[in-house]
Write a protein that binds this ligand. Structure first.
Ligand code: ZN
Length: 272
């Protein structure tokens, strides 16, 4: 399975590059699809026989199906219970985090966690958590190894900590949140294919392990924490923070999704 986010795709450095409907987005969808195809090629060369691409960015309608490598199937569109990781519970042997990015409050190209700005930090069991770390914990619950992580160099550094065995490909070097030294797709696609093939050595279902988890979320304004704290199990733990416990990582991610949805709905114009 490939969980395909867009901020960490080849060449992407700017808001318009990833905002659906913009001219730049139309351009970068092609580069993003190219990254996806490069990974599909490597997974197939490494022995994968059934590859599911799960769109994980924004409206989750970014990859160009008409250009997709025919060896893969694609799950596209929004409103999926496990969101970026929908399909992880369907018996897959490995997952690739493609086009991922650094977490909220960290240095990295287009760094964020779920919401673009309003979340300033997330902690999983007390450890600062990017989307990659959260999703790796969810994959672990189903016994699914992370095979490969791609994004900028900060994304790869993060992955070395939460998925130390996974292959990594830095398609760009972060200069600032909106600037990077980028490699052309002709180079990144070769790197992605080689790393995906290498990552396939980890494929195979491990032992599922269900454990309880605690998640803390920090917002950039107090009313967002107040809004999120109406959710049963979610408690306001500070002026701008909430926290909650969950019996499983699946439940934790579902609760986190609700927290982000309610906070997003409470954002008010310019003041946020
Ligand atoms: Zn993302």
């Amino acid at each position: 399975m490939i969980s395909a986010d867009m901020e960490g795709a080849t060449g992407v450095t700017w808001t318009d590059d990833v905002v659906p409907g913009t001219e730049q987005w139309q351009r970068f969808r092609r580069l993003f699809t190219g990254d996806v195809n490069a990974v599909i090629a490597g997974l197939a060369e490494g022995g994968a026989t059934d590859i599911l691409v799960n769109e994980a960015h924004s409206s989750q309608r970014n990859v160009l199906l008409e250009d997709l490598d025919p060896r893969a199937r694609m799950l596209t569109g929004r409103h999926k219970p496990l969101s970026m990781m929908e399909g992880i519970d369907s018996g897959v042997d490995g997952v690739v985090f493609l086009g991922y990015h650094a977490g909220a409050g960290c240095d990295g190209v287009l760094s964020h966690t779920y919401l673009p700005n309003q979340i300033t930090g997330v902690w999983l069991d007390g450890v600062p958590a990017s989307e990659g770390r959260l999703n790796a914990a969810l994959a672990a619950e189903y016994g699914v190894p992370v095979l490969l992580v791609s994004g900028d160099d900060k994304t790869c550094e993060d992955a070395h900590d939460y998925a130390p065995d996974a292959a990594t490909v830095a398609v760009k070097q972060c200069v600032s949140r909106y600037a990077a030294i980028c490699l052309p797709p002709s180079r990144t696609s070769a790197d992605l294919t080689a790393a995906a093939e290498e990552g396939m050595r980890l494929a195979g279902r491990g032992t599922p392990r269900t454990t309880s988890h605690h998640i803390d979320v920090e917002f950039d304004a107090s009313h967002l924490a107040q809004a999120a704290a109406v959710i049963p199990t979610v408690e306001q733990t500070g002026v701008r923070t909430v926290g909650f416990d969950a019996d499983t990582m699946t439940d934790a991610m579902k609760a986190f999704k609700i927290v982000t949805a309610i906070a997003d709905g409470a954002v008010q114009g310019k003041y946020g």
